[in-house]
Design a protein around this ligand. Sequence first.
Ligand SMILES: C[S@@+](CC[C@H](N)C(=O)[O-])C[C@H]1O[C@@H](n2cnc3c(N)ncnc32)[C@H](O)[C@@H]1O
Length: 396
Amino acid sequence: MAKVYVDAQAVRAIEKGAMIIFKKGVIRTEGEIRPGDVVEVYSRGKKFLGKGFANPNSNIMVRLITKDRNTEVTKELFRERIRKANDYRKKFLGYKKAYRMVYGEADYLPGLIVDRFNEIASLQISSAGMERFKLTVAEAIMETEPEIETVFEKNTGRSRRREGLPEIERVLLGKEKYRTVIEEGRAKFIVDMRGQKTGFFLDQRENRIALEKYIKPGYRVLDVFTYTGGFAIHAAVAGAEKVVAVDKSPQAVAMARENARLNGVEDRMDFIVGSAFPIMEEMTKRGEKFDVVIIDPPAFVQHEKDLKRGLRAYFNVNQAGMKLVREGGLLVTCSCSQHVDMQAFKDMVIAAAAKAKKFLRLVEPYRVQAPDHPILMASKDTEYLKCLFLHVEDMR
Ligand SMILES: C[S@@+](CC[C@H](N)C(=O)[O-])C[C@H]1O[C@@H](n2cnc3c(N)ncnc32)[C@H](O)[C@@H]1O
């Protein structure tokens, strides 16, 4: 087995629990390494640190699978890890039919994401090593949860290209099925695996449900970046009088309309296909106001180098959102950019409020991603979603 030697900083991170080794932490390698090979990782002083999938062509050089020298990287290991990840969601957290079953390194399954939507599991693989075990993974998912009849692979996106993997979107195992209806609190959603990401943003589940208690009869709500109606449908189900939902994707909005009908709230919802910023500016010019505004944009910061530009985009959209909240109303603002931490997000919101001359109070404790997307304490990379519920007043 080839060997990878890492520097002191990488050793410290691994010993604290990190599972990812970046190229910059590698001192040298021994033996030939092809993308997807299992390698052993050592410190400069030849202390064994773990085994993992390597990819010499990727910025992430090794994704650790185990820190135990005696653990073999076999099909059975993946089966056991999938069973454990599923037990954590069902037995410990209490999820039933729609949940993230596997969240990569946080489940010792680096490069693998699995979302379960009733009888369909939608998986995403972002490492060459995990790609080699794809069928084993699909079989293990079905063995673990016999109600699952379809494993869909949603293997698209930039991270695949970076790993040198082809883009594939198809049923990998089981019945040809793409759609199902999930329940989320009082709302129902059609999930189509061919939509964005794995088909649905499960990470916002608890935040969408939390919104319901702030909705009062007669409320007007604006959900910018609605996707298939996430926050908007919850607001309507909770009794809002009018909900306006905006997204630039016509496919997402078509599905949001279907979701409105499914929940019997279509009479109280308006949908706009278009780009958020000009639409919000137009609304501000017309003097429109909403009791609640939700802002849940795509990750504006994909890479660290884009931080400044991305924060500027968050600033603009938040400033626009704050202006649309009526005096004493609620702003729900989110960021799913992993490179923007909670402090940077808060600083951006404070700056936007100063510019918009708004006085903000934090209504809910700092909210993050749903617990079925576990944050690994030792890994900043697993912590990405931030969601603030803010009471908005004019500065006096
Ligand atoms: C993180 S998702 C929103 C998830 C949604 N809140 C939910 O709960 O399911 C971001 C959405 O923003 C949309 N989007 C991206 N750029 C946009 C833009 N400039 N204007 C409006 N929508 C945009 C995408 O189509 C996507 O549906």
